[in-house]
Design a protein around this ligand. Structure first.
Ligand SMILES: *Cc1c(COP(=O)(O)O)cnc(C)c1O
Length: 300
């Protein structure tokens, strides 16, 4: 069987015109990487790229991964497996709720076998005993960790970063941070003139700094200094929202034709605008936001 790759669509960089930019002299852009693939969008495409290649090279015919019921990674993995003719198994945190939400219904429609585990069992997802029990039950599989974050994911995102800096030069690249895999790839791939700014979508996101350092260590011996994580734009925590955030999403869509999801990209943009207001960027600099995708989550 010859190796297959996912289809990929080149994505534009959009120049955003916002009133607040005039007085600060900041130029703000957004890389619409959400448009790279209709189903495997944004960062998930790049995180999966080399994992899919490794799975095929190692002659696996099944992918197994983990996620919550609304996980964009579960959605993307199911779509990728289907596109490449692989089987997929999703280990889902918590009990099954019917009818399935749009994420899980889609995953199932792409042939993903959904297996629910209690929150306690899910916490042990990295333990060798738990992985062995999954092998006993499901046989051979290529394992992709929760959120898709591993060394091959970082390699994929680093490749994206290298391509991005050939398109244009930016003083800052800003992106939302969940597990920290994507920001690790960007830090590894961008040149040192660019500051990488992560917006934590998790409450108490200070721990992410060490997580990202650990991800980077698995990838390279280099020490990277050109990055930091902002921890005050989570809006109450992972997937927590409020009416102001939805109003913000609505306004961005109406006034700038910019679709944002409430879990990641709206918090990114909110945070970046707040940072512009507080003059946290050097006046006159070019700031790029990375649209990491996740728009399919709006259906749920
Ligand atoms: C998964 C996801 C992220 C978080 O990526 P990490 O590598 O886990 O930090 C950000 N944005 C979107 C839209 C996502 O789906």
């Amino acid at each position: 069987m010859s190796e297959q790759t996912l289809s990929y669509q080149h994505t534009p960089i959009i120049d955003l015109q916002l009133p607040i930019l005039q007085k600060t002299g900041i130029k703000l852009f957004i890389k619409r990487e959400d448009q790279n693939h209709p189903r495997i969008s944004g960062n998930k495409w790049w995180k999966l790229k080399y994992n899919l290649q490794a799975a095929q090279q190692q002659k696996h015919n099944t992918l197994l991964t983990f996620g919550g019921a609304y996980s964009n990674h579960i959605y993307a993995t199911a779509a990728a497996a289907h596109e490449l003719g692989l089987k997929s198994i999703g280990i889902i945190r918590g009990e099954e709720t019917l009818p399935l939400n749009a994420t899980l219904a889609f995953a199932k429609s792409r042939g993903m076998q959904l297996h629910y585990v209690s929150r306690e069992a899910y916490r042990n997802k990295h333990s060798t005993e738990f992985i062995q029990s999954l092998h006993d039950r499901f046989g051979e599989f290529y394992l992709i960790p929760e959120g898709g974050t591993n060394t091959l994911a970082i390699k994929g995102v680093a490749e994206f970063a290298q391509r991005l800096q050939h398109e244009a030069a930016f003083d800052y690249v800003c992106l939302p941070v969940g597990t920290g895999g994507t920001i690790a790839g960007l830090i590894a791939g961008m040149n040192e003139q660019t500051q990488v700014v992560g917006i934590s979508v998790l409450k108490n996101g200070e721990f992410l700094v060490d997580e990202v350092k650990n991800h980077l260590k698995t990838f390279s011996d280099r020490v990277y200094g050109n990055w930091h994580i902002e921890t005050s734009y989570h809006h109450g925590g992972y997937a927590k929202t409020n009416p102001q955030l939805f109003e913000f999403i609505h306004n961005m869509n109406q006034q700038h034709q910019l679709p944002l999801d409430p879990v990641y990209t709206a918090k990114l943009m909110w945070g970046v605008m707040n940072m512009i207001e507080k003059e946290k960027f050097t006046p006159g600099s070019n700031v790029l936001m990375l649209h990491t995708g996740g728009l399919q989550g709006l259906q749920t």
